[in-house]
Design a protein around this ligand. Structure first.
Ligand SMILES: Cc1cc2nc3c(=O)[nH]c(=O)nc-3n(C[C@H](O)[C@H](O)[C@H](O)COP(=O)(O)OP(=O)(O)OC[C@H]3O[C@@H](n4cnc5c(N)ncnc54)[C@H](O)[C@@H]3O)c2cc1C
Length: 296
């Protein structure tokens, strides 16, 4: 049933714990509900934003002037080496579950706090692996219906999928894994490494900048002397310099100012212009460059 909430604080639905209210907010528990919500928004000319687990988005302090839709599609099926998961399934859970069944290909996902839909959209990756490595096909809502796209129908690169340019709502993804009795050990090692090297106890969006080819953004930020530097309630993590943390009172404005400052200092020090990985969503629903001072 389509009964959206009104003025729902987006800070409750993002790992940054930042973002003003969404004018309308709806968690779709089935594909029918999802299709209905999208169709309703089209008819009523209300802009929409598809939200997964909010672990790679920075919403405006004023919120979002439209309908935020969360596809809570949570089915998982495993048949032989083929794993099929709904867009709302925890990507980390999927990585842990498959690895513990002795299946390899998604163990890198353990600890990535996104949804399967968000992971495909971002081509999430870690430990030298990424979503596109084991992806077979994706179901996507486009033009009022659901179609199945093979991996070769889309394009993928480092933290990029062509869904970022071509749109559509991802409802399901299928992965082809391989049998490997060491997958579970690897998954545990990856998770332990993450816990050791990343600040998991504070709200963040994970890595803010993409790694430039052959280099590490965190190293460049550290070398530019930005570890521990802050703006308002936002601070560059001492543990991992590519993480910007919300110390409790950070606004989107604080995070954006800090992103701009870090980028400027890294460029001054190394000549390298870092590229932001976090999706910054303005009040009117545009995904914009975080470097524009006129963003929010
Ligand atoms: C502590 C921490 C560690 C992290 N570590 C990693 C890491 O190792 N590797 C990595 O790649 N990322 C990492 N991230 C970032 C983040 O978890 C990933 O980018 C993740 O894939 C985002 O998924 P999400 O569901 O949270 O997407 P959201 O943040 O909700 O959305 C991100 C984008 O995806 C779109 N989207 C979401 N769901 C759908 C859908 N069903 N259909 C169409 N579009 C959709 C949204 O519109 C938005 O543009 C980390 C984040 C945190 C907080």
């Amino acid at each position: 049933m389509f009964v959206p909430k009104k003025n729902e604080p987006l800070s409750l639905h993002t790992t940054y714990r930042i973002g003003g209210p969404a004018r309308l907010f709806f968690e779709a528990r089935s594909e029918e509900e999802l299709l209905y919500a999208v169709d309703w928004a089209g008819r009523e000319k209300v802009q929409t934003f598809i939200l997964g687990k909010g672990s790679n988005v920075l919403f405006d302090d004023r919120g979002f002037d439209g309908l935020v839709i969360v596809p809570l599609l949570g089915s998982v099926s495993i048949e032989g080496l083929i794993v099929e998961a709904g867009a709302g399934v925890s990507f980390s859970y999927l990585g842990i579950k498959t690895a513990r069944l002795g299946l390899s290909g998604l163990e890198f996902a353990s600890g990535i706090p996104g949804s399967v839909g968000g992971a495909v959209f971002m081509n999430a990756g870690a430990m030298g692996a990424e979503v596109s490595g084991s992806l077979v096909s994706v179901d996507v809502i486009r033009g009022g219906g659901t179609i199945t796209l093979l991996k070769s129908d889309a394009r993928f690169a480092y933290r990029y999928s062509s869904f970022q340019d071509e749109g559509g709502i991802i409802t399901k993804a299928r992965f082809q894994l391989t049998r490997d009795p060491e997958a579970a050990d690897r998954q545990k090692k990856y998770l332990a490494y993450r816990m050791r090297t990343q600040p998991y106890d504070k709200p963040s969006c994970g890595s803010v900048f993409r790694n430039p080819s052959g280099l590490f953004a965190a190293k460049l930020i550290e070398t530019a002397g930005m570890k521990g530097r802050g703006v308002g309630g936002a601070v560059v993590s001492e543990k991992h310099a590519n993480f910007i943390l919300n110390t409790g009172t950070a606004t989107a404005g604080d995070v954006l100012s800090l992103i701009a400052l870090v980028r400027e200092k890294v460029q001054e020090q190394s000549g390298i212009l870092l590229d932001c990985e976090v999706q910054c969503i303005s009040y009117d629903g545009q995904i914009r460059s975080p470097y524009s001072h006129h963003l929010f």
